[in-house]
Design a protein around this ligand. Structure first.
Ligand SMILES: [Zn+2]
Length: 392
């Protein structure tokens, strides 16, 4: 019995505790936003550091590639020199052979017209004759030795040529490998440049958002830890309606294989296929609290998400934020009060717009506090692939 009570007590305490945690995490305060801003700043820094690292790796790889290309040039020059050397040696051998032939023919002939015979018989004495004969013999032997040496040199050169050719092959293999690594690094660099643009755009938007709240908190004399709903007059709303007059559901909220980024990631909203430049409405009354503008929304690869508008709502005492992404144009300003009939901007998306989209659409998300939830929990959307023609 005592144990039962103990169990019940623990369960009750943890239940109360979990409700508290829930309540705290549900309605955000200025402090929460400042903490988030710090995280976004860190994210920008992280991407910048990765960019620096990748840039350094690319520079190092390019240096290695230059070095290898120079090595190959040196090897090729060495092979060329070695081939010239072999040709020269072969020429020398040929000449030496002619010389030997001449010397041998002297030894085999009795022709007095022969230059060597003359030379021998011009001898002044028998001793001189013997001496000159021996000299011819020695010359033949010496030439033979020279030819052998030259043959050895040719062999050495040919071996060296094979050796150099192998070295060239090895260097070329390394170059291929380095080039494929370089290609990967360059792709990573492209991604990082885009990531940086996104992170920076989000950070700048959050910074302006915090500044706007700071002003309102100061005006209303609130503490940083006070929730936004308790400090600021966020308009009351009963619920949410569709942000477009018509459209087709093209993608659901949840974990999905990203169509253009090609990996699994969380899809924090619902995608509604709609023609470019269609008016987008606020889903409920509220205040525009954050606007993310990309540097060049008409240039592909400029950002993932494009222009974004965030509207803060108070629905049945709870804080919500709706997010509208891939907007082609924005027609509201920060801190603007909106109703469900306010056009916040015109839709964009499409392949020519940003690299995260494959067709014109509106990405619509709903956050309860600071957590994204399935918009279907709040808005009546038709099934995936089905079209709607009214806002309800
Ligand atoms: Zn989407």
């Amino acid at each position: 019995m005592k144990r039962m009570f103990k169990m019940l007590f623990i369960i009750t305490i943890s239940f109360i505790f979990s409700i508290n945690v829930f309540a705290v995490s549900n309605n955000t305060s200025l402090k929460d936003l400042k903490d988030k801003l710090a995280k976004e700043a860190a994210e920008v820094k992280k991407v910048e550091n990765k960019q620096k690292q990748t840039k350094n790796s690319i520079i190092a790889l390019e240096k290695d590639l230059d070095k290898l290309a120079k090595e190959i040039d040196d090897f090729e020059l060495a092979i060329k020199n070695s081939k010239t050397k072999v040709t020269e040696l072969e020429e020398d051998i040929k000449n030496k052979k002619v010389e030997i032939d001449k010397l041998i023919s002297f030894k085999q002939t009795t022709d007095v017209e022969n230059m060597y015979m003359e030379y021998v018989f011009e001898a002044k004495s028998f001793t001189d004759f013997i001496y000159r004969s021996a000299l011819v013999e020695q010359l033949v032997k010496h030439n033979d030795e020279l030819i052998n040496e030259m043959h050895d040199l040719i062999e050495e050169n040919k071996k060296e040529q094979i050796n150099l050719a192998n070295k060239i092959d090895a260097s070329e293999n390394t170059i291929d490998k380095l080039n494929s690594t370089l290609k990967k690094y360059n792709l990573t660099m492209d991604d990082l440049v885009d990531d940086h643009k996104d992170a920076k755009a989000d950070y700048e938007a959050s910074k302006k958002e915090v500044e706007a709240y700071e002003k309102l908190y100061k005006q209303n004399g609130c503490k940083e830890t006070t929730s936004i709903l308790d400090c600021i007059d966020i308009p009351y709303a009963d619920g949410f309606i569709r942000p477009l007059k018509s459209g087709t559901i093209t993608s659901e909220y949840g974990l999905r294989y990203h169509p253009t980024l090609h990996y699994y990631r969380m899809h924090n909203g619902i995608d509604i296929g709609v023609a470019m430049n269609t008016p987008v409405y606020a889903s409920a009354a509220g205040i525009v609290t954050k606007i993310t503008r990309v540097a060049n929304p008409s240039k592909r690869n400029s950002s993932c998400g494009g222009n974004k508008v965030y509207v803060k709502h108070r629905v049945k005492g709870k804080e919500y934020t709706t997010a509208y992404m891939h907007l082609h144009s924005i027609s509201v300003k920060l801190n603007d009060f909106v109703t469900a009939s306010t056009v916040i901007g015109k839709s964009g998306g499409g392949e020519s717009y940003d690299y995260c989209t494959t067709g014109p659409h509106l990405h619509f998300g709903i956050m309860k506090g600071s957590t994204y939830e399935n918009p279907r929990n709040y808005v009546n959307f038709p099934k995936l692939g089905k079209r709607f023609t009214s806002r309800f």
